[in-house]
Write a protein that binds this ligand. Structure first.
Ligand code: NAD
Length: 298
């Protein structure tokens, strides 16, 4: 594989995970964000994750230091000019991503491939922003990125074969099993997952079970490692809502129409783990309990 340097646009939950994964596998990783505060949060989060692995005996101290030394944090998009692969992991908003794509093309080197980690926005539509849409592809990681061994490679209508080859090689190098999805809303996994998560919100609204019982149902009954409400808190309630809206608009089927409570949670700032409150409240000491405000809703 010829990829040596990966530039990641957006150092939020996913961008940070991608940067950590890339650096842990020995490649140079650059995290870019418009927010300096977010970059600092990202850096601290990566250090914490690696320290946890050292304390559990899964990583040597020197490996942790070597991984950290391969990561840099920048607020200047022009620094992508020597990257072999650029992965966009900014907020799930088409206008934001289109603006980024337009800017990226000014700086990216000619043979760099450019990918988006979007969960729902059309790769073909974003690819239109490039003079050469063949260089653009979807590399859809799953959270938490360093742990989950799947990547959906999403082929836009104009994605070139070399781009698919480079993205797949990088995915495999990062320890992922790559599955190829065509460019339809939700790709493969979210197409199936989203209606299930949405229905879990409806169960909460209708008080069919408590928040903990709904999660327990899927964990014990179907052997899922996390319940749907825990999963939504991890992914981010705002991210889930944005993805559902795109799926609902594109596919039209009512099963993708976001539950009302999901919209209200975003309005209330109950954005999940990253905000300290979602379906659960997350305390500093790592404990969590069901969000009392949601229990009060009639
Ligand atoms: N959360 C998940 O589990 C998950 C899983 C797979 C894919 N995704 C996708 O990954 C992307 C990022 O999701 P996230 O959960 O990390 O969101 P997030 O809200 O945690 O992070 C988004 C980051 O983008 C930054 N940003 C916004 N505008 C920017 C710009 N113009 N330039 C650079 N950075 C900018 C923000 O400052 C923020 O740090 C989305 O497209 C989402 O659909 C998310």
């Amino acid at each position: 594989m010829n990829v040596k340097k990966v530039f990641v646009v957006g150092a939020g939950f996913m961008g940070s995970g991608i940067v950590e994964n890339v650096a842990a596998k020995g490649l140079t990783a650059v995290a870019y964000d418009i927010s300096q505060e977010q970059l600092e949060k990202s850096r601290k989060g990566i250090v914490k994750n690696l320290e946890r692995q050292v304390s559990r005996g899964k990583l040597k101290e020197q490996e942790k230091e070597a991984t950290l030394s391969r990561i840099s944090y920048v607020t200047d998009l022009a620094s992508c000019s020597d990257a072999d692969v650029i992965i966009e992991a900014a907020s799930e908003n088409k206008a934001v991503k289109v603006r980024i794509m337009k800017e990226l093309e000014q700086y990216a080197k000619e043979d760099a491939i450019i990918a988006s980690n979007t969960s729902s926005i059309s790769i073909t539509a974003l690819g239109r922003e490039f003079k050469d849409p063949q260089r653009f592809i979807g590399m859809h990681f799953f959270s938490p990125v360093p742990k989950i061994p799947l990547m959906e490679i999403v082929r836009g209508y104009q994605t070139g074969d070399r781009t698919i080859e480079v993205a797949s090689q990088l995915g495999e190098y990062l320890g992922k099993t790559c599955i190829l999805a065509e460019d339809e809303a939700g790709f493969i996994v979210n197409r199936m997952l989203i209606p299930m998560l949405n229905e879990a919100c409806v169960l909460v609204e209708r008080k069919i079970g408590t928040i903990e019982e709904i999660d327990m149902g899927m964990k014990r009954g179907l052997n899922h490692p996390m319940g749907p409400l825990e999963l939504m808190d991890m992914i981010g309630i705002d991210v889930e809502l944005a993805v559902m809206e795109v799926l609902h608009e594109e596919i039209g089927d009512p099963k993708y129409r976001p539950a009302v409570s999901l919209r209200r949670m975003v309005d209330a700032g109950f954005l999940g783990k990253k905000a300290g409150v979602g379906f659960y409240v997350y305390e500093e000491d790592g404990t969590k309990y069901p969000n009392p405000r949601l229990l009060e809703i009639r």
